[in-house]
Ligand binder design. Structure first.
Ligand code: ADP
Ligand code: MG
Length: 345
């Protein structure tokens, strides 16, 4: 049948107007429902953080919750806060028992597991040595400490001196705990959890270079992470870019936090077995693990192990990792067999 144009033209003007309004309403409604990347950043744990998440509208309340979650982690795990839960624990005498919070018990438990797994390359009781070398709350030094001093402080190191039973903890051997190598990663996990509790399933959380990514961006693509090329504390270039969907990522390096004496670089990563900063050719290691706390601790552990031991440890435990190693002329890369699956550059 042929459409009767005259009849169509005779539609009441009011009806046409109503349809027009409805169309505009639906379109604008759709627009405010379009998922976008929202972002919130600030300072925490002596560094910066950035949280990105995909949702239809921004949420100021979430920003405040992120802030207070980070304050909570710090107040529990920082050695820089004299009245933090950890500082109270550190002042405890040998064999005194303290009831600790669930988050602190979790991080101590995880740390002990990783110490066992890495045969002490990761060790949270390395704190006194960290402080001696000027990388703790007591401030910087410009000179390497004497062998005698290192030997005397080194005696206090050993993760077996932490005794954890549920939420009860005690220490022996005058030990002192430093969670700096795992707390940033744990903080990332806490924020990730907070976002998930708010129904957010696509996000990128970062604290001081330790990250966790989940889901896809609004353009349907995976989150992309730049891995820094080792350089100096000031100049920063990109070594690699990886695309990831549901993983924690941490990088340990000797190029950001160090001091130099007579041309020798002393890194903030300490080998708990020698009581000295690491001294090998591994410049950085990037580790992927389901949680960022694990990635953070294992990156520090592999940094201690060095290029060969680190890589065979990663292969043996099926951990995806990228190693950047100093050579006489520059740097070379090594990666575990599946790491290349994540590379986009
Ligand atoms: P990186 O990302 O370079 O590993 P982190 O911030 O994760 O750096 O951890 C380094 C910090 O951890 C040091 O500043 C020190 O406080 C502490 N630390 C150093 N060596 C060890 C170690 N072998 N095990 C556990 N913690 C360590
Ligand atoms: Mg670490």
């Amino acid at each position: 049948m042929v459409v009767n144009l005259r009849q169509a033209n005779q539609w009441p003007a009011a009806l046409l107007l109503a349809i027009l309004f409805l169309a505009i309403f639906i379109l604008s409604g759709c627009q405010s429902e379009t998922p976008k990347v929202h972002s919130y950043q600030g300072a925490t744990m002596g560094t910066t953080f950035t949280v990105k998440w995909v949702s239809a509208s921004p949420d100021k309340e979430l920003n405040q919750m992120i802030d207070s979650a980070l304050v909570g982690v710090n107040q529990s795990m920082s050695t820089y806060i004299p009245d933090s839960e950890l500082s109270v624990l550190n002042r405890l005498g040998d064999n005194e028992v303290m009831q600790i919070s669930e988050p602190l018990a979790y991080v101590l438990g995880l740390s002990q597991t990783i110490s066992t797994q890495t045969q002490g390359a990761f060790d949270i009781t390395v704190g006194p040595v960290v402080n001696l070398w000027g990388f703790g709350p007591s401030g910087r030094v410009v000179k390497a400490p004497s062998d005698e001093l290192i030997a005397s402080v080194q005696k206090r190191v050993g993760y077996q001196s932490i005794h954890l039973k549920g939420a009860e903890v005690s220490k022996s051997n005058n030990s002192y705990i430093d969670l700096s190598a795992v707390a940033k990663g744990y903080g990332v996990d806490v924020i990730a959890q907070l976002l998930e509790e708010h129904g957010i399933s696509s996000y990128l959380v970062e604290i001081g270079g330790e990250l966790r990514a989940r889901g896809l961006k609004p353009d349907g693509k995976e989150w992309r992470i730049a891995i820094e090329a080792p350089g100096t504390a000031v100049e920063r270039t990109i070594q690699r870019i990886i695309a990831v969907k549901d993983v924690g990522i941490a990088t340990s390096g000797d190029y950001r936090n160090y001091f130099e004496e007579n041309g020798v670089r002393f890194s903030h990563t300490i080998d708990p077995l020698t009581g000295r900063p690491i001294n090998h050719r591994l410049a950085s290691v990037t580790v992927l693990m389901p949680s960022c706390a694990e990635a953070d601790a294992l990156a520090t552990a592999m940094m201690v192990m060095g290029p060969e031991r680190g890589q065979s440890f990663a292969e043996k435990h099926n951990i995806n990792a990228l190693f950047i190693i100093k050579t006489d002329t520059g740097f070379e890369e090594r990666m575990t067999s599946d790491f290349s699956n994540f590379l986009v550059m």
